[in-house]
Design a protein around this ligand. Sequence first.
Ligand SMILES: [Zn+2]
Length: 115
Amino acid sequence: MDTTRPVRLKLTHVPTVVIITPENATIINAMVRSVMALGNCPMCKAPTYIPCLTSGLDGIHSAGSRHYANAALDFRSSDWPLGSRDTVLRALAGELGNDFTYRIESDHLHIERRA
Ligand SMILES: [Zn+2]
């Protein structure tokens, strides 16, 4: 991943209950860049979609989950704009490269750093 490109972290909605760690900044940056592929609202110029982080180190996850190793984040996926899923996931694959994996789990997108 090109880490020299500017990142607009302020685009990410982070609920106060989520505990994120510096190690997870790469995931946040990749997600923010990926949703930027959706572009801006033509009327108001604001981003079409702002990703919502729903879980980091907090929460209850399966045994052995990478969340407990500060190596995974969840983003709400149920609020993605209609028809945006493929665009976001395609961009995300390019942003994350081979060091991370992701998958859709019911109502959220789970992204984790490979062990
Ligand atoms: Zn998760």
